[in-house]
Design a protein around this ligand. Structure first.
Ligand code: 5RP
Length: 233
């Protein structure tokens, strides 16, 4: 089965958790896009909800589907955020941010009572780090921040490069918040909590793509159907 069909199946399962009147966080990426599409069909049929998007791309998609949108200035808390992931470990710790939306994704997930991740089973890993870890940094002082990030990565046994993310045109990739992204190719992240702390201690680091103890439930689709993974953290 194609990955895209699996992503849609995981998204459809998450939709079963959404009740009328809920306040939802809408993730970013190809899997979250399926969820927004499916939610749009429900909304067109009269389903009531209010949603906070995690990127300008998701906001545009949701607006085109007439999904009611709000923000975290207006809403204190959200009931559920539904989002994709780049890697999911056995404790449901995640790497996110391939789509560059990690900062808003983390803010929205942190403001939600429940974060549900939807994915195809290629995202399951024994340990995080095969996928490059996105580190969002301020444009100002990039050189100094990059050197500090490189030192932290080396101290955490980063096996590979630290690359400034670029667009296909060769320009620096700029996030919705106007920041840049450094992608760190670890190979394996053995102490994610300590790495998180060390990265956030660097002045120019805005956020990183480690989502630790944030996700309590995941719907992961594979050839045998959609599995529900959960943990009580
Ligand atoms: C965007 C993300 C995405 O959720 C993550 O990259 C997964 O994307 P996809 O569903 O396309 O595989 O974190 O910042």
């Amino acid at each position: 089965m194609m990955n895209d069909e699996l992503k849609r199946q995981a998204a459809a399962m998450a939709l079963t958790q959404v009740k009328p009147g809920m306040r939802l966080g809408l993730g970013t990426g190809s899997t979250a896009r399926h969820f927004v599409d499916l939610l749009g069909v429900q909304v067109a049929a009269g389903f009531a909800c209010i949603c906070v998007p995690t990127s300008e791309a998701t906001a545009r998609q949701a607006a085109a589907l007439n999904i009611p949108l709000s923000d975290l200035d207006t809403l204190d808390r959200l009931d559920i955020t539904i989002d994709g992931a780049d890697e999911i470990d056995p404790q449901l710790n995640l790497i996110k941010g391939a789509g560059g939306a990690l900062l808003r994704e983390k803010i929205v997930a942190a403001a939600s009572d429940l974060m549900i991740v939807i994915a195809d089973d290629s995202k399951l890993v024994d340990a995080l780090g095969q996928f490059p870890l996105p580190i969002e940094v301020n444009r100002f002082g990039l050189g100094a921040t990059r050197r500090a990030v490189a030192l932290v990565c080396a101290a955490h046994d980063c096996a590979g490069a630290l690359r400034l993310r670029q667009t296909s045109d060769g320009d620096s990739y700029v996030t919705d918040g106007g920041h840049l992204i450094l992608d760190a190719f670890f190979g394996r992240i053995s102490q994610p909590e300590a790495l998180s702390t060390d990265l956030l201690n660097i002045a120019g680091v805005v956020q990183h793509g480690l989502f630790l103890k944030m996700c309590k439930k995941a719907y992961v689709a594979g050839a045998d159907g959609v599995r529900t993974l959960s943990n009580g953290n």
